[in-house]
Design a protein around this ligand. Structure first.
Ligand SMILES: [Zn+2]
Ligand SMILES: [Zn+2]
Ligand SMILES: [Zn+2]
Ligand SMILES: [Zn+2]
Ligand SMILES: [Zn+2]
Ligand SMILES: [Zn+2]
Length: 264
């Protein structure tokens, strides 16, 4: 009766909605405070805010749970902040060991093999071949439940990525995009890009946010709209003034002096 093996039934975690990167005990994590090497000047606090952020680790978007510097607003995804130094036997690339890196190092390629987007910051890279992926992509699983569909979805092997195949229209973005694809495990035809699945894992979906594809263009549009609005307001003001106070003010504006109004 002595050596009863106290093995707890372990969930294999093949079907999961949670981000469960292998959690190695992190000596820098104290309660909900983390001292992270990428931001040594201040401790980061694990909090949840419904707003979009850019992770300063992987440079990808996120929303909801994060590690945030309360002093300067530095944000990290949970899985970037707590990324282990290496991944062994990861279901996306089980044949080789993957090591954590902070900057893309390859000269030839720095593209995530799961979502197809550029790797611009933190990631995991294979020590043997050219495989690499974002930490948020590493937090996904081969079979996952997503809130967008009632059946579990299965990540297609990279070889099965079809281009131009109408059956690969993503149910979330309905666009053609690179990267791998999740398909319904019950074979009902539902299809979801890994890059779109990532917005669910990153917390964007649950907060009603979408990944801004081209932030520069969006900023440009916003600035243009703001300018148009401002022109509209000024135009309206000038019209209103023109009817009311009369031409004196208009004249004074024209002359570049406002004092003349009181003077009259
Ligand atoms: Zn990140
Ligand atoms: Zn800080
Ligand atoms: Zn990725
Ligand atoms: Zn490899
Ligand atoms: Zn999509
Ligand atoms: Zn289905």
């Amino acid at each position: 009766m002595s050596n009863v093996t106290a093995k707890k039934p372990r969930k294999l975690g093949t079907t999961s909605t949670a981000m469960d990167l292998p959690a190695t005990p992190n000596p820098n994590l104290q309660g909900d405070q983390l001292l992270h090497f990428s931001h040594p000047q201040h401790p980061l606090l694990q909090i949840s805010l419904p707003y979009l952020f850019t992770c300063m680790g992987c440079k990808e978007y996120g929303a909801g749970r994060r590690f945030r510097c309360q002093t300067c607003g530095f944000d990290l995804h949970d899985f970037c902040a707590l990324a282990p130094p290496a991944l062994h036997n990861h279901p996306f690339h089980h044949k080789h060991q993957l090591v954590f890196f902070t900057k893309p190092g390859g000269f030839l390629r720095s593209k995530c093999d799961i979502c197809g987007k550029a790797a611009k910051g933190f990631g995991f890279r294979c020590t043997t071949c050219s495989f690499e992926m974002h930490p948020c992509c590493a937090a996904m699983r081969v079979v996952m439940n997503f809130p967008t569909h009632q059946h579990p979805l299965l990540l297609s092997p990279s070889a099965a990525v079809a281009t131009g195949d109408p059956s690969t229209v993503c149910s979330v973005c309905q666009r053609k995009r690179s990267g791998r694809v999740y398909r319904c495990a019950a074979a009902c035809g539902y299809c979801l890009h890994a890059v779109c699945a990532k917005d669910i894992v990153n917390g964007l979906y649950v907060h009603g946010l979408r990944s801004p594809d081209k932030p520069n263009n969006m900023l440009g549009t916003a600035a243009k709209l703001a300018t148009q609005a401002l022109v509209g307001i000024i135009g309206g003001l000038v019209e209103g003034i023109g009817e009311g106070i009369g031409s004196v003010l208009m004249d004074s504006i024209g002359r570049g002096s406002c004092r003349s109004i009181k003077h009259n």
